[in-house]
Unconditional design. Structure first.
Length: 109
């Protein structure tokens, strides 16, 4: 039997996979997961959620499987959260620690 090899995660699965937009994908993933949790908590069907969020049921289904996250904008995800009766606060601050002189996107829920 071959020994299993485990690699410790850095905390961002998208970064672990070597994706260039890892931080953005992690932030979108957190927002999308929150949308899905709210839909589940409200016991809504995908069809009812789609109607409320002014989208198609297939978009909710893709969101549920994780295949639709990349195609969604932050704007849409945040709009959906406000429709679902949640407030969003955006905080902007200068990134003084980046050695590449670029900022980053983070989501705290």
């Amino acid at each position: 039997m071959k020994d299993d090899i485990f690699v410790e995660s850095c905390g961002n699965v998208f970064e672990d996979l070597g994706l260039d937009d890892a931080k953005e994908m992690q932030a979108k993933s957190k927002l999308a997961n929150t949308v899905l949790k709210i839909i589940k908590h409200k016991k809504m069907t995908q069809t009812a959620a789609a109607k409320l969020l002014h989208t198609h049921q297939t978009q909710i289904s893709r969101l549920n499987t994780g295949t639709g996250i990349k195609s969604l904008s932050f704007d849409i995800l945040m709009k959906w959260l406000t429709i679902l009766e949640y407030n969003i606060t955006v905080s902007i601050e200068k990134n003084e620690t980046s050695k590449y002189h670029i900022g980053q996107i983070q989501v705290a829920i």
